[in-house]
Every structure is written in structure tokens, then in C-alpha cells.
Design a protein around this ligand. Structure first.
Ligand code: MN
Length: 241
């Protein structure tokens, strides 16, 4: 969950409603996991872990020096909790879907690193990865590896997506392959082919549900994989972190 350490003087953990609607719409029940170590116990009641969007990772979390970027929404507590959730869910072989910051969380957990600010690294990119358009508006294409799990999930190999990130994956995490890129080369999706469902996308499909069949397909695939996880002998619900 997103964490505002000092939102109007009152710290809060929160989630955008569109995640909840997308998970419910795919037939699962979201369980929200506060950024507290006790939340790890809630994974026992979950069949899938959805890692949501949010603020920037502290560069220290992936062993990098602060490059002086304008970070926003940095929360060391959230960084630590998400890495703990991913480690625990991985040990349980639980399906995981990372969205925006969530794909970056999967990358950091796997030993990857992040581009701290895309405009500084690719100054001549014609794409605006921090789009000014509204959240339901796709603004750039992603080119998906045709034989990948992501391609099968989305049901297409060129997909129009929205884009609300100024960071992206730099070093690819251990065990993962890149399965989608934007036309400027920015990594837009990764998957771990050794796992049942360990997938991350850099865009925000939860905001495109109802507008894009591919977005709906992605949630349907995640929920179906979570259902199979439960049928294999494990537990209840879908965690929305
Ligand atoms: Mn993008």
C-alpha cells in the first residue's frame, strides 16, 4: 500500500480504488496489507500478491547512490515491507503481479536496479513516461515479446498503455526476462519464466479496465493463477499491497 509519512500531519497507508475494482471485477476479493511487519501473517489468507504503484524507491534499497533526482513519496518502511512480502510470497510459490512501482519492487527484490530518472538517462526520448493526460488515456505503445507469458496474458504483442513513471528498471533482476519495452527502449514488463506467475508491468492496467481488453485480461490471468494456487492446496483471497 502507498504510505504517506506526513500526509497533512497524519501518516496513512492507502490504495487507489481502481485496484480494488479491477481485482473484484476479475472475481477475487482484495485484502489490503498495511505496511506493518505483522501483515506478513495475512499472506496465509491470500492466494496472490498484487504489488501496487506508488512513490519512488530509496536508492539505498537497491544499493545505489542518490543521484539527486526529485524523489517523491519515498518511504523506507514501505520499501522494506514490500521486499519482505515478495520474499515470503516467493517462498510460498504464490502468484505475484507488480504494477508500476510494483514491477520495480520485484526488480529490486531480485537484485535489479532502477533508472532514477528517465529524462536524465534518455533525454532525447520522444515519449513522456510521466504523461499529463488522465489515467484512463493510453499514450504510448509497448512492444511485447510474442512468445512470452505477458503476451499470452494480454492477448496481444503491441499494446497501448498509460504511463505514470519517471523511473524504470535498469539492471534486470536475477531469473527474469524482459518481455515488453516502450519504443525508446524503456523496460515496460518483466516475467520470471521459472515461476508460475511472477510478472510485472510498468504501466497502470487497473486504470484501463473497462477501456482496454488487454488490461482486463491481465487481471483475469492473475486471478486465475491465484485460483489455481488455492486449488493446489493453499488458502483464500488476493492480497492488494
Ligand atoms: Mn511508460
Amino acid at each position: 500500500m502507498s504510505r504517506d509519512e506526513h500526509a497533512a500531519g497524519a501518516p496513512r497507508d492507502w490504495i487507489r480504488k481502481t485496484y480494488i475494482v479491477a481485482v473484484l471485477g476479475a472475481g477475487a476479493l482484495p485484502i489490503l496489507l498495511p505496511n506493518e511487519s505483522q501483515s506478513l501473517e495475512l499472506l496465509e489468507y491470500c492466494d496472490g500478491l498484487l504489488l501496487t504503484g506508488g512513490g519512488d524507491f530509496d536508492p539505498e534499497s537497491f544499493g545505489a547512490a542518490d543521484e539527486g533526482t526529485d524523489y517523491s513519496g519515498v518511504s523506507k518502511t514501505r520499501d522494506e515491507m514490500e521486499l519482505a512480502f515478495i520474499g515470503a510470497a516467493d517462498r510460498m510459490a504464490m502468484p505475484m503481479l507488480g504494477i508500476c512501482r510494483g514491477v520495480q519492487a520485484l526488480a529490486v527484490a531480485g537484485g535489479g536496479t532502477l533508472i532514477q530518472d528517465i529524462p536524465r538517462v534518455i533525454p532525447d526520448s520522444p515519449l513522456l513516461h510521466s504523461q499529463p493526460e488522465n489515467r484512463q488515456q493510453p499514450t504510448h505503445k509497448v512492444l511485447v515479446e510474442p512468445q512470452s507469458q505477458v503476451a499470452k496474458l494480454l492477448g496481444g504483442s503491441i499494446v497501448e498503455v498509460n504511463s505514470f513513471h519517471h523511473q524504470a528498471i535498469a539492471r534486470i533482476p536475477r531469473g527474469y526476462i524482459v518481455t515488453a519495452r516502450a519504443e525508446d527502449g524503456v523496460i515496460e514488463a518483466i516475467e520470471n519464466p521459472d515461476k508460475e506467475f511472477m510478472v510485472g508491468v510498468q504501466w497502470h492496467p487497473e486504470d484501463l479496465v473497462g477501456h482496454s481488453q488487454e488490461a482486463q485480461n491481465l487481471f483475469a490471468g492473475f486471478v486465475e493463477s491465484s485460483r489455481q494456487y488455492r486449488e493446489r492446496g493453499q488458502r483464500y483471497g488476493t492480497a492488494c499491497h
